[in-house]
Design a binder for this molecule. Structure first.
Ligand SMILES: Nc1ncnc2c1ncn2[C@@H]1O[C@H](COP(=O)(O)OP(=O)(O)OP(=O)(O)O)[C@@H](O)[C@H]1O
Ligand SMILES: [Mg+2]
Length: 278
């Protein structure tokens, strides 16, 4: 079955201040959906709310995964369903190696942890620490193969998570996380920002492989540039907390030419059309 994430009339924000003002958006497995919009329009907030960041409140509307609301699910439960958020600003965790972080995340998402917890509850016996993790040998083999396939240097495994990573290395690291966690739907928040041309190609190439493997991507970006490498099926324009226009790749081209001033001038007209289509 093809997984579908549907955002429906989503109103959300912080401390009663609405940031998202009625977002409608559908992301399907195997599709690339680009989301473009001016600074501060709420794109990252949308990513956080979909991933279940506890800081944000949902006031109205719903988020459905395969037709079922995920609003009551914790972030880790959403991750288990196959939802992944690649941060605009990945956080560093000094002291935790990339490999150990990934092993813990993979073990959680693939249900190893739940299995051990259930077994301990059932038998009343303690399992030794580490038994809740994917076996080391199996994990290392998969990690090395994945790093090679996605052109990530093997030294990443030993380095502390994002600690002292360059901007480009962090974005490659996000691709590696997705390649290991194999989400059904991933939200990539400006995975192209700050990348030089070679790094952009590597990251775009990684995204293309993941999409070919069946991942659906919401690609948040400011620039047409990455869309030359990752061909979007749909492009949506985000403006003041909502989607005001959805179309094909030509929408990104048009934005590049006309800018957001044009969007603002035609807001009423665009929204009326978008409403009629959604
Ligand atoms: N946790 C928060 N507390 C208070 N205000 C917030 C919070 N998160 C977001 N906002 C506000 O919501 C608005 C939208 O922010 P958001 O980061 O979602 O925008 P964006 O579209 O991702 O912008 P950019 O293109 O610059 O990344 C901003 O005005 C921001 O200050
Ligand atoms: Mg942002």
């Amino acid at each position: 079955m093809t997984a579908v994430l549907e955002v429906k009339n989503l109103h959300a924000g912080v401390d009663g201040n609405e940031i998202l003002k009625g977002v409608n958006l559908t992301i399907r497995q195997g599709e690339v959906h680009a989301l473009m919009g001016p600074n501060g329009s709420g794109k990252s907030t949308l990513g956080y709310v979909i991933a279940g960041h506890p800081h944000y409140e949902v006031y109205e509307g719903d988020i459905l995964f395969n037709g079922e609301s995920i609003l009551d699910l914790e972030p880790d439960e959403r991750a288990k369903l196959g939802i992944f958020l690649a941060f605009q600003y990945p956080v560093a965790i000094p002291g935790v190696s990339f490999a150990n972080f990934l092993r813990a995340a993979v073990s959680s998402v693939r249900g190893y942890r739940d299995k051990v917890r259930e077994e301990m509850e059932r038998t009343g016996e303690f399992k030794e620490v580490g038994s809740e993790l994917i076996p080391m040998r199996e994990f290392r083999k998969e990690l090395m193969e994945t790093m090679d396939r996605f052109n990530v240097d093997r030294s990443f495994a030993r380095r502390y998570l994002n600690d002292g990573f360059s901007g480009g290395e962090k974005k490659r690291g996000e691709v590696l996380q997705m390649a290991m966690l194999k989400p059904k739907i991933a939200i990539l928040d400006e995975s192209d920002s700050g990348l030089d041309i070679d790094a952009l190609r590597v990251v775009a190439d990684g995204i293309n492989k993941l999409v070919a493997d069946g991942m659906g991507a919401l690609l948040i970006t400011h620039y047409q540039r990455i869309l030359n490498y990752v061909k979007p099926d749909k492009v949506s324009v985000f403006y003041d907390g909502r989607v005001v226009l959805t179309g094909g790749p030509e929408v990104a081209q048009m934005l590049e030419e006309k800018g957001y001033g044009w969007v603002e001038e035609h807001l009423d007209e665009l929204e009326a059309k978008e409403m009629a289509n959604s």
